[in-house]
Design a protein around this ligand. Structure first.
Ligand SMILES: [Zn+2]
Length: 355
């Protein structure tokens, strides 16, 4: 039996290669990877060979939004058994440093992460993983939903970092997959209203179908969409309790902060490419809190519970499906098709989709 992987050998080049059959060491399980979501970071590595300080050197396997099925387990394992269907957390901290011992394993200075160079990701048919990264899912959850626990986790952790409380009015800037899932997180955690802004109308249409208020970015005063107008006739622009900045767009943070009321709380989820010019006097006066977000911690059990209980609506998030041999097409489609929200690659299907 071959163990095929989609390997990025150079920017914009993916080759199918055979990898050694994995074995489960102590504390590990071998997992058949069943679904891998395509993330913007995968696309950036594919196109440019780098993201900030992370530069791809040599071959790299992409993919960190992952679910699968446990095939075999090594010694010393209690949380999974062969046959378990699992959602997979891509973080691999050292579990021993001061940050890990303080309960902040996501800030571990020795953190390794699937598909962040030089660590390979999960676009492979079978791989051995630390069982602490594996979270069994109920039968009602699909492998696609299991993979989406990863981007959902960004939203869940952002809401926690923002101190979101039931009854809050929430503004989400950016309606891509992360923004949409952050909005779903906010609603599941008790937000009273959730408004999403973006410049791309196709994205706002998806958000609107999820029942969120939508608004074209930069149009708060003059050109709100119809649904925003009818849903919120009496709101002034500056009364949100929580901002979840998911776009990373220049100016989005400053604009969003300007729409928070006194004691407003913001979580910065989108990673901006430049420094922000913020109105500190106004932020001081209103005691605005800004929390930065670096991935997530301890969100898989919550994500699985919210999805499997129907509190998170993933309708329309998974839009495109690809077999392993079409990984390059999966990585490229977002640039050409504005209807693409989340592409999923199926490593067990090599040339064609068996579903
Ligand atoms: Zn650590």
């Amino acid at each position: 039996m071959t163990n095929l992987a989609a390997v990025m050998t150079a920017p914009e080049t993916i080759e199918l290669q055979e990898r050694p059959e994995p074995e489960a060491g102590p504390g590990q399980a071998v997992v058949a990877i069943r679904a891998v979501g395509v993330c913007g970071s995968d696309v950036s590595f594919y196109r440019y060979g780098r993201i900030g300080p992370y530069v791809v050197q040599g071959d790299l396997i992409l993919g960190h939004e992952v679910s699968g099925e446990v095939l075999s387990v090594g010694s010393g394992l209690t949380n999974v058994v062969p046959g378990d269907r699992v959602a997979i957390e891509p973080s691999m901290p050292d579990w021993s440093c001061a940050q890990c011992r303080a309960g902040r394993y996501h800030l571990c200075p020795n953190l390794r992460f699937l598909a962040t160079p030089p660590v390979d990701g999960a676009l492979v048919q079978r791989m051995a993983l630390d069982a602490r990264m594996l979270f069994p899912m109920p039968d009602s959850m699909t492998f696609e939903e299991g993979a989406i626990v990863e981007p959902l986790s960004v939203g869940l952790w952002g809401c926690q970092r923002a101190g979101l409380r039931p009854g809050d009015d929430v503004l989400v800037t950016g309606a891509g997959p992360v923004g949409l899932l952050a909005a779903e997180s906010a609603r599941a955690l008790g937000a009273r209203t959730v408004t999403i802004t973006d410049v791309v109308r196709e994205r706002l249409e998806v958000a609107s179908r999820h029942g969120f208020r939508v608004e074209v970015s930069g149009s708060a005063d003059s050109a709100e969409t119809d649904s925003a107008k009818t849903d919120s006739p009496a709101r002034s622009a500056a009364t949100y309790d929580v901002l979840l900045e998911c776009s990373g767009a220049p100016g989005a943070l400053a604009d969003g902060l300007g729409r928070l009321g006194p004691a407003g709380r913001a979580a910065v989820i989108g990673i901006s490419k430049q420094n922000a010019d913020l109105p500190l006097h106004t932020l001081n006066w209103n005691e605005i809190t800004i929390s930065m977000v670096s991935r997530y911690q301890n969100t898989w059990p919550l994500g699985i519970a919210l999805i499997s209980s129907g509190r998170i609506d993933l309708t329309g998030v998974h839009t495109h499906s690809f077999p392993l041999a079409e990984t390059a097409a999966a990585l490229a489609i977002g640039a050409s098709d504005p209807s693409a929200v989340k592409s999923i690659i199926y490593p067990q299907d090599v040339e064609a989709l068996a579903r």
